[in-house]
Design a protein around this ligand. Structure first.
Ligand code: AMP
Ligand code: ZN
Length: 481
């Protein structure tokens, strides 16, 4: 029996879909104006573990994830710039080019982390008619009002508007009012009201804008998710996920819009992932303090080691990424890989044990995705004295949820981690460089290249990376050197 913590009820509940064995599942996707970072990696590994846990329990998952390529403003208070237009200005490219480039970067990150791509990926810009329709329906029901800059949702019309936040309306209002930066939007009646449609201001040149019954403009970020989820999954979803930051504004507004239109419950189970901090600090695209999975690879860490690191903590709690923790995860991962490799070769007949590892693992997963416990069962299995082939079978059984790609893992580990002989050559080259012997240093660089690795000098020391990985990240094939 799968039990999940539901943000809506603030309880761990038995998961029951509306139409078993079908499960409708929507995940809020990224805003593609910049590179994906390891904070995103944490949230999307959680959404992947959830999908795998559902399938592990025999459910058939129909899952949608959006790509926000318009309408997400730099401020949650409906002011500020559209993040996409800002990204385009920064890089002197079109918004469409920015969207295409960073969507691809996001997909590559999913692949590197062995995250299953949801069955339906929906781009906000492809669902504008559905959004306009929802806004028109809300307008007909009297949920909207017009200001000089757009069409707004009147949150005072919904008595249970704040239900997802676990606060009363006045508490939510007070917490928003005391927020660090609450920009005033002229004509907005309540602090919780939000834009459904923003009109392109006079004299402003937007790259993305559409005609609507209210004038040329673009959709608000929240209406995008209501429109895309309901277009594919219907009026009521079994599961909806996102990061914890989405609870009080984005998801609360999605509920208001969707339930405002349909009069039905929008989502039964709301699940939220805790945030990832880096060395104790807040990490976000806007703060410009982010680490990409590609950065880890450049430092010779395996993306799968990052996945293992994230599985070691509860998905709901805030987690602090440290380089020390990453190193420990990398060596745990390498130990795991060599243990799996040895199992494949071993003929150890082992002994019968009273342990029911399968059940222990399943119970851990079903206990609100207690992956730390599930991973502990995996290590216990490896340490136990049962037959090697039985251990290998168990590991493959666990891997359906863990997604550490244990079958391919050994080959991948050899691909990504730096062999000792290469490390030694890199050190020798550094010695030559430091003593000004550049011809010798170049000779060693060529030798390293012949072995399939590329050395680049950086202020922090040399960066060594396998050519296959460079190809994986950049699409550039360096050949054998
Ligand atoms: P964004 O691209 O900022 O809209 O974020 C996409 C998803 O990643 C959302 O569900 C966010 O909550 C989540 N996210 C963003 N930053 C972090 C972080 N530092 N840690 C965990 N999740 C994050
Ligand atoms: Zn969303």
């Amino acid at each position: 029996m799968l039990k999940l913590y539901n943000t809506l009820t603030r309880k761990i509940e038995e998961f029951k879909p509306l139409k078993p064995p079908q499960v409708s599942y929507y995940s809020c996707g990224p805003t593609v104006y910049d590179f994906a970072h390891i904070g995103h990696a944490r949230t999307y590994i959680f959404t992947d573990i959830l999908q795998r846990a559902l399938e592990f329990n025999g459910f058939k998952v129909k899952r949608v994830m959006n790509i926000t390529d318009v309408g997400h403003l730099t401020s949650d208070a409906d002011s500020g710039e559209d993040k996409m237009e800002k990204g385009a200005k920064r890089e002197k490219k079109t918004v469409w080019e920015i969207a295409g480039f960073y969507t691809e970067d996001f997909f590559q990150m999913l692949k590197l982390l062995n995250i299953k791509k949801p069955e339906h990926i929906t781009r906000a810009t492809e669902y504008i008619p559905q959004m306009v329709k929802l806004i028109s329906q809300l307008a007909k029901k009297g949920f909207t009002y017009k200001t000089s800059d757009g069409i707004y949702f009147d949150t005072s019309r919904l008595p249970d508007y704040a239900k997802l936040t676990g606060k009363t309306y006045s508490e939510l209002e007070a917490s928003l009012k005391s927020g660090a930066r609450v920009e005033k939007v002229p004509g907005k009646k309540n602090i919780t009201d939000f834009a459904l449609w923003k009109l392109t201001p006079q004299g402003v040149n937007r790259q993305m804008e559409w005609d609507s019954p209210w004038g040329k403009g673009f959709p608000g970020w929240h209406i995008e998710c209501s429109a895309m989820s309901m277009a594919i999954l219907g009026p009521t979803l079994d599961i909806h996920t996102g990061g914890i930051d989405h609870i009080s504004i984005h998801h609360t507004n999605e509920i208001a819009q969707s339930e405002g239109v349909t009069g039905k419950q929008f989502v039964h189970f709301w699940l939220h992932a805790g945030h990832l901090m880096v060395e104790g600090g807040k990490m976000s695209k806007s703060a410009g303090n982010f680490i990409r999975v590609a950065d880890l690879i450049k430092k010779s860490f395996s993306p799968t080691a990052l996945r293992l690191l994230f599985l070691s903590a509860s998905y709901r709690k805030e987690m602090n990424f440290t380089w020390k923790g990453m190193e420990a995860a990398q060596s745990a991962y390498e130990n795991l890989m060599s243990a799996v490799g040895e199992l494949k070769l071993s003929k150890n007949p082992g002994v019968k044990v009273s342990h029911n590892f399968r059940q222990e693992f399943t119970d851990a997963v079903n206990e609100d995705l207690n992956m730390a416990k599930a991973v502990a069962v995996m290590w216990e299995t490896l340490k136990s004295s049962i037959a090697a082939n039985e251990k290998y079978d168990l590991l493959l059984f666990y891997d359906k949820v863990l997604g550490l790609d244990l079958v391919k893992a050994k080959a991948e580990a050899e691909d990504i981690t730096l062999p000792r002989n290469i490390k030694e050559l890199v050190e020798q080259r550094e010695e030559f460089r430091k003593s000004g012997k550049f011809t010798e240093a170049d000779r060693i660089r060529d030798l390293i290249a012949q072995k399939g690795f590329n050395v680049q000098d950086s202020p922090g020391g040399p960066i060594v990376i396998h050519n296959a990985i460079i190809k994986k990240i950049t699409g550039i094939d360096n050949g054998d050197n």
